[in-house]
Design a protein around this ligand. Structure first.
Ligand code: ZN
Length: 441
């Protein structure tokens, strides 16, 4: 049970594509943390015991949803230059110990709370160590602390030696091994399955390897069948066109990152009989690749090889964004927070990137990061819009984000499931902010 609130006199922005500001709006929120009524302030009567919060001259909109994060890191630059034996040693003797795991969980909790204070009321975490994400989600659901709504995947599923393996992935090399790994993750309580169909920039060892195909259609199909039969979605890390084709044919529900499309790929996105809902959505992560391409390597700390792989992946990903827009393919928003220079608190930078590089309007990107993301993740029954019956997941802003998208960087109030955070405080990483503020257009 929470307090019942009446948010009065706010200018409401809804997550539907032709967004208009509705002035003088009152939102009533009941003790169960659900939206009870939405209407004009001069027409809605506020019940006596409701705590009134006056939002005059402020904007209220649905809480933000980040569809692609990792909680284990915070976006400070890191370079994975250590040898495999050093990494193995560190994993075994530091991370995979009770002490290491407790540090990891504290860090993940800190990142989740930082995101929440920045207005992210729902996060989909797509790849973590030891099911610590499951434990964190359970603590939030058991109301041990007020946190964001978490959807968690546990370990990646990869092929032997594939992306994220061996530390961040369960490895499997046939449809049946892949099915077993789905069942293992399900046994540990995950909300979705994350698979790696191709290599990735973080562990590629030469130029072009990031998008190299790793899984077969048979493996992807088996994973999707296994997940879909109990209603779980499958998110696929993919960084090349051939990878996208294999993932779509196998029936994944979201393509993470993405790559240039051809006609077959476009039609599979829009009509994918093996996907849970009959279509597949695209979750690009532009801001995760962009800085390392345009920054001086002395600042970004990336090697020439990583820089070139990032450029290849980014160019192809941006093409796919244009193609998704042109062809009416469902597209959501994720940031890959945890990657170098991608924080958990600056979701607006990804939105601004869509506006600058793909010509999308502010109302379109706001819709993507709220309503559309909720649909893609399968949580649109409970969040993503400010409608009667949904959970009170919302943010309040002092400036209009439809006029200036960076207004989202200054959230003056957050509510998640009806729990009020009256004075959100975001712990910013000054070094990262400075670098990102200085990026060329
Ligand atoms: Zn990722």
């Amino acid at each position: 049970m929470t307090t019942a609130y009446a948010l009065i006199n706010g200018s409401m922005i809804q997550g539907s594509q032709d967004q208009q500001v509705k002035p003088n709006t009152t939102i009533l929120i009941n003790e169960q943390g659900r939206i009870e009524q939405v209407g004009r302030s001069d027409e809605l009567e506020v019940p006596a015991h409701y705590q009134i919060i006056d939002l005059a001259n402020r904007y209220v909109m649905p809480g933000l949803i980040n569809a692609h994060v990792h909680l284990f890191s915070d976006g400070k630059p890191f370079s994975v230059s250590a040898s495999e034996s050093t990494l193995k040693f560190a994993y075994k003797h530091i991370l995979d110990t009770p002490f290491g795991k407790s540090l990891l969980k504290k860090r993940m909790k800190r990142n989740a709370l930082n995101a929440l204070h920045a207005g992210v009321t729902t996060m989909r975490s797509v790849g973590e160590f030891f099911y610590t994400d499951v434990a964190l989600r359970n603590e939030i659901q058991a109301k041990q602390f007020v946190g964001p709504n978490l959807l968690v995947s546990g370990f990646f599923l990869s092929v032997t030696g594939g992306h994220g393996a061996p530390f961040l992935a369960l490895e499997g090399d046939s449809p049946w091994e892949a099915r077993k790994n789905v069942r293992l993750n399900v046994r540990h309580g995950v909300d979705l399955i994350k698979i790696c169909v191709t290599g990735g920039v973080t562990d590629a060892k030469r130029v072009g390897e990031a998008g190299q195909l790793q899984m077969t259609v048979e493996e992807v199909t088996a994973i999707c069948e296994e997940a879909h039969k109990i209603g779980l979605r499958v998110a696929a890390h993919v960084e090349s066109s051939e990878g996208v084709r294999v993932a779509l044919k196998g029936g994944v529900d979201t393509i993470e990152h993405g790559a240039e499309m051809d006609d077959e790929i476009i039609s599979l996105y829009k009509n994918n009989p093996r996907a849970l809902k009959g279509y597949t959505a695209l979750i690009p992560t532009l801001q995760a690749a962009y800085p390392s391409i345009v920054l001086d390597p002395i600042i970004s700390k990336v090697s020439p090889m990583v820089r070139e792989n990032s450029r290849l992946v980014y160019d192809s990903m941006l093409k796919s964004v244009h193609q998704a827009v042109e062809n009416g393919i469902t597209m959501g928003v994720g940031t890959d927070a945890a990657m170098p220079l991608v924080t958990h608190y600056d979701l607006w930078r990804e939105l601004e990137h869509y506006m600058k590089k793909a010509g999308l309007s502010a109302s379109r990107v706001i819709d993507m990061v709220t309503t559309t993301n909720a649909k893609i993740l399968g949580v649109d029954q409970v969040t993503g819009t400010l409608e009667v019956g949904k959970n009170a997941d919302l943010i309040v802003l002092t400036q209009n984000p439809l006029e200036q998208i960076s207004a989202l960087s200054n959230v003056s109030l957050v509510m998640v499931n009806g729990h009020l955070i009256p004075q959100p405080s975001v712990k910013r990483v000054a070094e990262v902010d400075r670098i990102l503020d200085s990026l060329p257009e």
